[in-house]
Design a protein around this ligand. Structure first.
Ligand code: ATP
Length: 384
């Protein structure tokens, strides 16, 4: 309401009158904060015989609606954890934050429609589950594991989830956390109505190997030197000096953090789901596993609508055929579909995609031929 504005409202058939006003500052001194002493107020007027309904229900209703509107209008934040050397000083700096404005939504996400609906329903059920979680005696949290090759939309999915639920996002970078107690301090500081994301969990730390037996570990060392992911992991670990362990992470997820308030979603992403320790991703911890896979024709149609504003085209038939064998990530499909200049029309972009799909199909064919050849060779060697 503007200053000195008057409005009427009707609640369960009862009419009330609201007026806004303000009390000017008492002192005339110059303040660093202009308007800080000015007091705004609202005056509510109603008939005497409606007193009971107003004091018992209406005021409560107004406060509840007010809170809902405030949540809807609030700016959502993207938090990232600062290295612990920056945690001290005149203001708390464990988490740095910027306004979260990622445009991805479930409408713009290229994904099988049934899968999309299932995920949306799951999220909405969770967000409305306060009483249910209290009734069954479980912490109000839910874990998701998003896995799939690079560029299949894992980050876009997280943004779409945050936008659907109006949650903040905490992007937790494990490699800059010194040890388990720092991890605990960070997670305790997160607020409700938030999504905590640990991206590329397989690369963050050597979380996967912690539970292996010593001997098995030693045997693995030689292989690790050859494997690029293990090598990257080892380098990250050595560089950061982080001592966060798998058991530390699990303790925080299951333990103290669960007990201190609710409505948190935790998401792990990985490109290599097979490499994760089963303890990390078992149901109960990661309640829902979502595979983000290569683009299919249905997902392509969403991208064509987003990028070119088209629902159909004569090239769609050919593109549908090519998607049966070609393996392209939605990110690569999106790149082909995006006009690179004003002269490029939908035809040019679709033709570019057809070429890319044909190249990918050819690559897939060669690969399977090579694999078949290797299998035959193996057979000959065994027989010999
Ligand atoms: N399923 C999708 N729907 C819509 N856009 C997508 C999808 N997948 C990828 N994209 C597009 O490709 C870009 C990269 O995707 P994104 O970062 O979400 O992939 P990712 O799976 O998180 O990749 P990485 O594993 O490399 O982190 C996005 O900015 C988006 O424009």
């Amino acid at each position: 309401m503007e200053d000195y504005e008057e409005v009427t409202d009707v609640f369960n058939g009862v009419k009330v009158w609201w007026a806004s006003g303000k009390i000017p500052p008492q002192s005339q001194s110059i303040s660093w904060f202009p308007g800080s002493e000015e007091k705004r107020y609202y005056k509510l007027t109603f008939h005497k015989h409606d007193r009971e309904i107003i004091t018992k229900s209406y005021v409560e209703h107004v406060l509840k609606k007010g809170k809902e509107i405030a949540v809807k209008n609030r700016q959502r934040m993207l938090y990232t954890n600062n290295p612990s050397k920056d945690w001290h000083g005149w203001k708390p700096t464990k988490w740095g934050n910027i306004v979260f404005e990622h445009p991805s939504t479930f409408d713009t996400l290229a994904l099988d429609t049934a899968k999309k609906e299932e995920i949306k329903k799951d999220l909405i059920k969770f967000s409305k589950g306060k009483d249910y979680y209290a009734k069954i005696g479980k912490a109000w949290k839910r874990g998701y594991l998003l896995y799939g090759p690079p560029g299949t939309g894992k980050s876009s999915m997280i943004a779409a989830m945050a936008n659907l639920l109006d949650y903040d996002v905490y992007d937790l970078e494990l490699t800059t956390i010194k040890d388990n107690s720092e991890l605990r301090m960070l997670l305790i500081e997160t607020k409700g109505k938030s999504i905590i994301v640990i991206e590329d969990i397989d690369c963050s730390l050597d979380l996967t190997g912690q539970r292996k037996k010593r001997k098995e570990k030693d045997d693995d060392e030689a292989d690790k030197e050859k494997d690029p992911i293990s090598k990257k992991k080892k380098e990250a670990e050595e560089e950061s000096g982080s001592k966060v362990t798998l058991s530390g992470l699990l303790n925080v997820i299951d333990g103290i953090w669960s007990a201190c308030g609710g409505e948190r979603i935790i998401i792990f992403t990985t490109n290599y789901v097979d490499k994760l320790d089963p303890a990390l991703i078992r149901r109960g911890r990661m309640d829902k596993h979502i595979e983000m896979s290569y683009c299919c024709f249905e997902a392509f149609k969403v991208l064509a609508r987003n990028y070119l504003d088209i629902e159909s085209h004569e090239l769609f038939g050919k593109i549908e055929e090519l998607f049966v064998e070609a393996k392209m990530s939605p990110a690569d499909v999106a790149d082909s579909l995006m006009p690179k200049s004003d002269e490029q029309d939908e035809e040019t972009c679709l033709k570019r995609l057809v070429e890319a799909l044909e190249a990918s199909k050819e690559e897939a064919r060669k690969k399977s031929e090579e694999e078949a050849l290797l299998k035959t060779k193996d057979g000959v060697v065994t027989e010999g």
